[in-house]
Design a protein around this ligand. Structure first.
Ligand SMILES: *Cc1c(COP(=O)(O)O)cnc(C)c1O
Length: 389
């Protein structure tokens, strides 16, 4: 026996599913240099344009001067420093929850929260389009795992009927590959009627959504009694790195005591927490970033409709163009690249089979002229890949 990696890789290539990493040769911005070429990018998750903001950079520099670079140890040993603690308090206040707990990545926050809350004999119910980290968390927990139809409270209800033990309903807030919003009022009502808890991962909602960027729970006005476990990530609209879980005092203490992905890892660099404190301030205060984003989204949807593109039901900066076939999605992405535009093709298994798409994302740092450039290029390129559809 041996590991036949070469054939696995060859199969993936033949299926047009081979992945490559574009090499970014500068900071995140609409205009980037990638693999030696200047391109206009519509694919980052830096929705508010904070990843390269001068004040956030300065906060990171000053943080490093004061606190050094490495976190040094896990939070429970000697890695929990003042900036981490201040950021947790600021995030609790921001989310209107009693407490928040900081993590080094969103993937880990999700593994931590799900595995600390449910195990053998319990049930975890997930939207079938949830982010991979949530699905992995559900499988790792050992709880009875079931997936309900996308955003469907009726499908959730039928699965809740069969749930055993403690039941945790888990959903993305804004679905990362579709851009649509979870129907939280209906899902939370269903969960509440069955004494289940709801966990929302709002990685893409914090920043763009809500009057002060408070994400989907602010958008729908949902409190702790609706969403007991609220997850946000800091590498997207916050423009920094890490993640948090917000909830009750008892929830946070439970995670500190029992969540292995929290306990057995080094804390994030304290200077990153200093940077996030600054980006949180900008995210809340600078409403013009959300307003500008919303103008770009509205204009894009109108322009795309004129071209005849298939968009999804998304009010967010994630505006996928549905292509279907992986090969055609790659071709559209390549044609745009020839015209100086960078938009990533997203293929299975990241999205369901037959639903390959170009995942267009907008940032508050895109100009209206840049958006028109994208629409013009799409109007030229789309007919070349849209032979039969
Ligand atoms: C990006 C993302 C994560 C992972 O967060 P990281 O901090 O990048 O590990 C989790 N959930 C969703 C919905 C995401 O989009």
């Amino acid at each position: 026996m041996s590991f036949d990696l070469a054939s696995r890789l060859a199969e993936r290539r033949a299926a047009h599913l081979y992945r490559q990493r574009p090499s970014l040769e500068g900071p995140q911005a609409p205009r980037v240099r990638v693999d030696g070429r200047e391109l206009l990018a519509f694919c980052s998750n830096d929705y508010l344009g904070l990843a390269n903001h001068p004040e956030v950079i300065r906060a990171l520099q000053q943080g490093a001067e004061k606190w050094g670079v490495g976190g040094g140890a896990s939070h429970l040993v000697i890695g929990h420093s003042t900036p981490h603690h201040e950021l947790e308090e600021a995030l609790a206040e921001f989310t209107g929850r009693p407490r928040a707990l900081l993590f080094s990545t969103g993937y880990m926050a999700n593994l931590a929260a799900v595995t600390a809350l449910v195990g053998q004999g319990d049930s975890v119910l997930e939207d079938r389009l949830n982010h991979a980290s949530l699905l992995d968390a559900g499988l790792l927990s050992g709880a009875r795992f079931s997936r309900y139809l996308h955003n469907d409270a009726v499908s959730l209800a039928s699965r809740l009927e069969k749930a055993t033990g403690n039941a945790l309903v888990v959903t993305d807030g804004v679905f990362s590959m579709d851009g649509d919003l979870a129907d939280l009022p209906a899902l939370c009502a269903e969960a509440r009627s069955k004494d289940a808890w709801v966990m929302v991962d709002d990685a893409h909602g914090f920043g763009p959504l809500g009057a002060t960027g408070g994400g989907i729970v602010e958008h729908f006005g949902l409190g702790l009694e609706d969403v007991q476990v609220l997850v946000g990530t800091l590498g997207k609209a916050f423009g920094t790195a890490g993640a948090f879980v917000a909830g009750s005092e008892e929830l946070i203490e439970t995670l500190i005591q029992f969540a292995r992905p929290y306990i057995y890892t080094t804390s994030q660099p304290p200077a990153v927490a200093c940077a996030t404190l600054k980006s949180l301030e900008l995210l809340r205060a600078e409403g013009w970033r959300r307003e500008h984003l919303n103008r770009l989204i509205t204009r894009f949807r109108a322009g795309a409709a004129e071209i005849g593109l298939r968009l999804m039901d998304s009010p967010t900066p994630i505006q996928p163009i549905l292509v279907g076939d992986s090969e055609r999605a790659l071709k559209l992405s390549a044609l745009l690249k020839d015209r100086g535009l960078l938009v990533g093709a997203i293929r299975p298994p990241t999205v369901p089979a037959g639903s390959a798409r170009l995942r267009v994302t907008f940032s508050a740092s895109h100009t209206e002229a840049q958006l028109e450039q994208l629409l013009e290029a799409l109007a030229e390129c789309w007919p070349q890949v849209n032979g039969d559809a």
